[in-house]
Design a protein around this ligand. Sequence first.
Ligand code: SAH
Length: 509
Amino acid sequence: MSKSSAPSSPGICYLVGAGPGDPGLLTLKGKECIEAADVLVYDYLCNPELLRHAKPGTEKIYVGKKAKDHTLTQDKINELIVKLTREGKVVTRLKGGDPVLFGRGAEEATELAEAGVAFEIVPGITSAIAGPAYAGIPVTHRDHCSQLTIFTGHEDPTKEETSLDYAKLAKADGTKVFLMGVERMGEITGKFIENGASPDTPMALVRWATHGRQQTLIATLGTMAERVKETGFKAPAVAVVGDVVTERKNINWFESRPLFGKRIVVTRTRQQVGGLSKQLRQLGADVIELPTIRIEEPQNLMAFGELVQDCHNYEWIVFTSPNGVDAFFKMFYKLYKDIRSIGGARIAVIGPGTAEKVKEQHLAVDMMPEKNFVAEGLVAALKDYQSLENVSVLWVRGEETREVIANELTGLGAIVDEAIAYRTVPEKDDNLEAIARLVNEGADLITFTSASTVDCFMDLKVALPEGIQIASIGPITSDAVRKHGLKVDLEAETSTIPGLVEAVQKALA
Ligand code: SAH
């Protein structure tokens, strides 16, 4: 993204709307601003998963606020973003929803303007409209209303008198939406009724809207305050008042998906976690991403490079993981400019996930087991395919991978060289928030997609919540679970991510 010209400094501050929570509800421009940032300054209501768009090394500053407990006062936040921008940095200030709808974005913009530093406002999708939509409530509807009023239920507490004219609000036509109102529900609904609104007016509260943990409470203007008390309903929530609430019975799409209300933990690497969580989220699950492992270069990168350099000398190249394919081609393109340098080797893979990665390189896969997507399955398939006597094989593997391929193929007469492409290490960064959610809120199910995810999860010493089910991608991962004295509740029929998703859906839906 190009920087706007600022006369006094090259820094710029983007005031970006992060959307209401669903990581897909970020604008393209918002994403570019996160990618371009040197520093990210973010709030309580911003989904931390958005921070993943940042380039490595980006500084991340949490200035979150929860009702009474301010981590940084607004003055300090203003000072901070001005200071960082003056230092010449690209500062991306992420705010939940839209930055200028009750988000104090206007105040921050004023401070930046007064300081004479460059800034831009990047609007976002507001919870005021998206929240109700995810609860199946359109804020306008030709059959019900053609007017929408949005107000805040929590004004500046230092104000002596409310600037809200409840008499006018109560009499206004159409839908009313208010934010920050849970704690004053009785007061607000009471004022509406005092001023002539019908206590029977339909009303909804949508909590953590657009997140997997969304909750909706339906009542009327007359009963909502009571219902909030009874159910212990808490902020953050969007309130909607009006006949549009009745549309929910027809179009409650988000909450009627099969895994809605189920909390699932995903433990893959930060790079890979996305695919699995996306599929689970599409089914409605509330996903906690807790990466337990990270992929790093092998200890002997030189030895790996030498084998990759000679890859055209082999009759077969065998890949047993998507990570191996990634590492292989990263090295390959450091050494060569042209895919033809790979020569005439045939390519064997362990399963569909690995095959996908090979196909991304516009290479065909010559051999894959039909269903048994483990090393033993691959050996059996190769053995059926041809005699392996004196056949040269380059096996691209992880440092911790089981030795099955080398042992068995050598036993069948093949000449196997092992290219150790990567190693798996425990992920210790940035997972505190996910661990806190798991401990505080519990979960229905945890997924393991390799033995290393199991071992590294156990190393975290996080107690598994009572009643949580354990889902494993296949037999090797299941063995690892049992080694820790735990029970596997479900195992994917085919050892692939879609196979795992299917098993989870069957068990929970
Ligand atoms: N600028 C934000 C609003 C900030 S005020 C926006 O445009 O959405 C903070 C209030 O917004 C919260 O108290 C709550 O009322 C509402 N809010 C923000 N995100 C929400 C979400 N995901 N679910 C429910 N309410 C939300």
